[in-house]
Design a protein around this ligand. Structure first.
Ligand code: ZN
Ligand code: FE
Length: 263
């Protein structure tokens, strides 16, 4: 599907301490779309630079650090749509569109498939389109979000069945700049993984220059992200003390998540 879509201009907008909002504009489109309006001011500054008004907000989940900008941006651009999961009704400020799993949406010349990816929260959505996926706090570069509302089994399905089934070249835009510390943990649980070492070196270079480590790709994540490598013998051995006889991917993911929480 993504291959037939035009490439989209993505502006990475650093917000708060380490959040990213993403401003998207289809070629020639009169208005831009923002994914995760963490706060209004940097998004407004980026819109000014692009020279177009805002046409819609896509919210990956209801946490404050992803939606604090919704109210002020809707006040500035009255009548724009705010997309989020139907599950998050009442939790996402200014929400006007309540998307279901696998729903297709068209907005300002862009089209997305909405994937419900519970785990970090029960209403988490990943927006997939234009060869990219916007994962919020579900899939990070080198890691995944904490399991605040969902179970390891839910997060395993979200990461290793839903997101993992997207084309490997899909660009991954996540909600936070956590990549360097995520990769330190990845190297700790899988020291023999050369791809983790190589990615960590690349990430260190980017951060030394003050540049974001996004986008990653799904191929990169499958090669380096311990939460997408629940079949790695080295990772399974590392968390063996936390595992019973159940070595299923969901059980391994839960053990890796618990190890990361304590890292
Ligand atoms: Zn969150
Ligand atoms: Fe967050």
């Amino acid at each position: 599907m993504s291959a037939t879509l035009a490439p989209v201009e993505v502006t990475v907008v650093p917000c708060l301490k380490d959040n990213y909002a993403y401003l998207l504009r289809a070629p020639g489109a009169a208005r831009a779309v923002v994914v995760d309006a963490s706060e209004a001011e940097p998004v407004l500054a980026a819109l000014e630079k692009l020279g177009v008004p805002l046409g819609a907000i896509l919210s990956t989940h209801h946490h404050a650090d992803h939606v604090l900008g919704n109210e002020p941006l809707v006040a500035r651009y009255p009548g724009i749509d705010v997309f989020g999961s139907a599950h998050d009704r009442g939790r996402i400020p200014e929400q006007t569109r309540f998307v279901e799993d696998d729903e297709h949406i068209e907005v300002e010349g862009l089209s997305f498939r909405c994937l419900l990816v519970p785990g970090h929260t029960l209403g988490a959505v990943a927006f997939y389109g234009q060869g990219a996926v916007f994962t919020g706090d579900t899939l990070f570069a080198g890691g995944c979000g904490r399991l605040f509302e969902g179970t390891p089994a839910m997060m395993n399905t979200s990461l290793n069945e839903r997101l993992a089934s997207l084309p490997p070249e899909t660009r991954v835009y996540c909600g936070h700049e956590y990549t360097a510390s995520n990769l330190r943990f990845a190297a700790h649980v899988e020291p023999g993984n050369a791809a983790v070492q190589a990615k960590a070196a690349k990430v260190a270079e980017l951060r030394a220059r003050g540049e974001p480590t996004v986008p990653s790709t799904l191929a990169d994540e499958r090669a380096t992200n311990p939460f997408m490598r629940c079949d790695s013998a080295e990772i399974i051995a590392h968390v063996a003390a936390r595992l019973g006889s159940d070595r299923s991917p969901a059980a391994v993911l839960g053990a890796v998540r618990a190890a990361k929480d304590a890292f």
